[in-house]
Design a protein around this ligand. Structure first.
Ligand code: RFL
Length: 412
């Protein structure tokens, strides 16, 4: 019989939760559920090696560090040194240091690259006996509004599988299948295109003393640490610019000009790509027994470093909600999951939008006009001179909401 025509076993497997996707969101959901003794199966389309080397975010915000700590996982899954709480803005070459810690008790952010978090979550989950299945193809979801949804997929050798479950966690990112399994008319996608492009570059070159955002008439640029000997750089460019139009010399020249650092040390460039800055929110983040987590539900412009941290926030709320249901028969947190996530999602979208517009408009007036440029400069001036404005900025950077959302005891 041809591989594709093989018949499915009569009896499907069973799990409490099937998690689709083994990025930061999926691995965090799986690790937290395991901490509660709740069984789950993780299905990942790509290989372990592929997932483990994907480099994107670089900072785990203070709220997320404390979240992992509250689950007893911080030492196991976080790498990299603590972030010293200082962010540098360089405006037309003039440096302004902004304290982005909010002065609260407890650990602050960590300079932990996304791939390090993913590698450590993966290793910890597997060492704990977790069920992680890579190269799972053709994932489809069925009966999402029934009592026992079914997830079907094919393993690498083409064998079809089916898993019956109580809940599905859609952690498969922006281009996954879980969101598209929701019938038309149940989700609304809210989108914003900033009309701004970024060239992003990874290089084996010395990291900056502090994460650095630079405003200049030639356009925005940024320099972030990604390890003791590596850096990520961003350069504002026309939307949909071709990365091939940016040979190494052009990149280093542009960085030296915009960062106002003629002595910036160059190094081998290991990756370069361009993308558009945009926001996307799918509402609600639930359909029946499917719960969307992380990028599967929302995309946020990287300005402000919130995308991965939002994924970790959703994962924490989802795991707690499942625990309440399974352990205590209390479905309150599951019913309010979407609403609670979206409150933070829109808050972070607003912060990211504010920062994106501010650092771009303040620099290149040809795009936004002189009036908006001056407004953006006034916002920066207020941030640099007003302790109250700096405090509000720090609160948004740490991700800690004084009114609520401080990680409570997990009560495992
Ligand atoms: P991911 O990381 O995309 O993981 C989804 C996983 O699902 C798998 N998958 C499937 N598996 C099974 N079946 C299918 N049909 C599947 N389809 C997909 C994928 O292979 C993958 O393994 O989503 P997740 O877990 O929600 O995590 C979100 C973060 O990755 C994302 O928000 C951040 O990378 C965003 N981001 C940043 N976030 C920050 O907090 N701080 C930053 O500094 C930051 N910098 C960035 C970023 C994103 C960037 N890109 C992508 C434009 C910098 C860049 C350049």
């Amino acid at each position: 019989m041809a591989e594709g025509a093989r018949q499915l076993d009569e009896t499907p497997e069973s799990a409490t939760v099937v998690v689709i996707g083994a990025g930061p969101a999926g691995l965090t959901v799986a690790s937290l559920l395991r901490r509660c003794g709740i069984d789950c199966v993780v299905l990942e389309r790509r290989s372990r090696e592929h997932v483990a080397q994907r480099q994107r975010a670089g900072i785990v915000e203070a709220r997320a560090v404390r979240m992992f700590e509250s689950w007893g996982l911080a030492d196991l899954v976080l790498g990299g040194p603590p972030h010293d709480g200082i962010l540098e803005f360089r405006v037309d070459g003039e440096s302004h240091l902004v304290d982005d810690s909010d002065g609260s008790e407890g650990p602050g952010a960590r300079l932990c690259p996304q791939q390090v978090l993913v590698q450590k979550l993966t290793a910890a989950h597997l060492a704990d006996g977790g069920d992680l299945r890579y190269e799972a193809a053709d994932v489809t979801l069925h009966d999402l509004t029934g009592d026992r949804p079914m997830v079907r997929y094919r393993s690498a050798d083409g064998t079809p599988h089916a898993i019956s479950c109580a809940f599905v966690a859609g952690c498969d990112g922006e281009h996954g299948v879980t969101r598209t399994a929701v019938p038309d008319g149940h989700l609304t996608a809210h989108t914003l295109d900033h009309g701004i492009g970024w060239l992003t570059v990874l290089a084996d070159a010395p990291p900056p003393a502090h994460p650095l955002l630079a405003v200049s008439p030639q356009g925005f640029a940024a320099h972030f640490p990604r390890g003791p000997h590596s850096s990520r750089y961003y350069l504002q460019c026309p939307p949909d610019d071709d990365p091939g139009a940016w040979p190494d010399d052009r990149i280093w020249d542009a960085l030296r000009t915009r960062l106002a650092d003629p002595a910036l040390t160059a190094g081998p460039i290991t990756d370069r790509e361009t993308f558009r800055l945009r926001g996307l929110v799918n509402e609600p983040m639930q359909y029946g027994r499917l719960f969307l987590v992380g990028d599967a539900a929302h995309i946020v412009s990287p300005m402000g470093g919130k995308g991965m941290n939002l994924a970790l926030y959703d994962a924490d709320l989802f795991a707690r909600a499942v625990r309440d249901q399974v352990r205590d028969g209390d479905d309150t947190a599951l019913r309010t999951y979407s609403e609670r996530c979206l409150r933070r999602v829109w808050s972070d979208q607003e912060f990211s939008h504010w920062l994106t517009r501010t650092v771009h408009d303040a620099g290149d007036a040809t795009r936004c006009g002189p009036f908006l440029q001056r407004l953006a400069r006034a916002r920066l001036d207020r941030l640099f001179s007003s302790p109250a404005a700096a405090r509000a900025f720090a609160e948004l950077m740490t991700g800690l909401d004084p009114a609520q959302d401080r990680p409570a005891s997990t009560g495992r």
